[in-house]
Ligand binder design. Structure first.
Ligand code: TMP
Length: 212
């Protein structure tokens, strides 16, 4: 799969990913780069249907492995139907969450063996990975406060305990630490403009000469 580049945003609840996805895409388009924004779980018709099974309802409605499998079923659709075709056209793709979320939420959060999740990734997508991943990091209490204020009804994960959210914050930081070539940790407590500037600077650093 050559052509475009694949960029993802990761982080806990209320980290400000959606805002920054929009801002980055707008800035890239202004710099002349065709860009597609998308999200997980979702980003393709079947994947959006799976999303509704995951983000609402009782906290314990799924076994952790069922959640991982549903996320990978959605991801298989998302990659085949949306991401791959865009990258082949030469568009860049910016996604609000991707596979690191499964490792953080179902792995670090719910205790699934990370090696099993990596096997699942390999079975589903081979070695397909983002070219660049931003991890928006902020204290769990602050993120949950912002997420609850949204009141969008997609609160199944927000209702999970504070320990769960602290485990996945640590998980995202560990994932980023283990793959510094791909991942950049961004301080999510800064104001939106400062965060946007850090994200743009990291993009310029990762793709020298492309967005000067
Ligand atoms: P969002 O609120 O950022 O749109 O994400 C939807 C929820 O789904 C969020 O609480 C994180 C969760 N999630 C997982 O648990 N595993 C995954 O693989 C993905 C992509 C999301």
């Amino acid at each position: 799969m050559t052509g475009g580049k694949f960029i993802t945003f990761e982080g806990g609840e209320g980290a400000g990913k959606s805002t920054q996805v929009r801002r980055l895409a707008t800035a890239m388009a202004a710099a002349g780069q065709p860009v597609l924004t998308t999200r997980e779980p979702g980003g393709a018709a079947g994947a959006e249907q799976i999303r509704s099974l995951l983000v609402s309802g009782a906290i314990d409605r799924w076994q952790p492995m069922s959640e991982a499998l549903l996320n990978y079923a959605a991801r298989a659709e998302h990659v085949a139907q949306t991401i791959e075709p865009a990258l082949r056209r030469g568009d860049w793709v910016v996604s609000d969450r991707f596979a690191d979320s499964t490792l953080a939420y179902q792995g670090y959060g719910h205790g699934l063996d990370p090696e099993k999740l990596k096997s699942l990734h390999h079975i589903t997508l081979g070695d397909f990975q983002p070219d660049l991943t931003y991890v928006l990091d902020l204290p769990v209490e602050e993120g949950l406060r912002r997420a609850m204020a949204r009141g969008d009804g997609e609160d199944r994960y927000e209702r999970m305990g504070i320990d769960f959210h602290n485990r996945l914050r640590d998980g995202f930081l560990e994932i980023a630490g283990a793959d510094p070539e791909r991942c950049v940790v961004i301080d999510g407590t800064a104001d939106m403009d400062t965060i946007q500037q850090s994200i743009w600077a990291a993009l310029q650093h990762k793709f020298p000469g492309r967005f000067q």
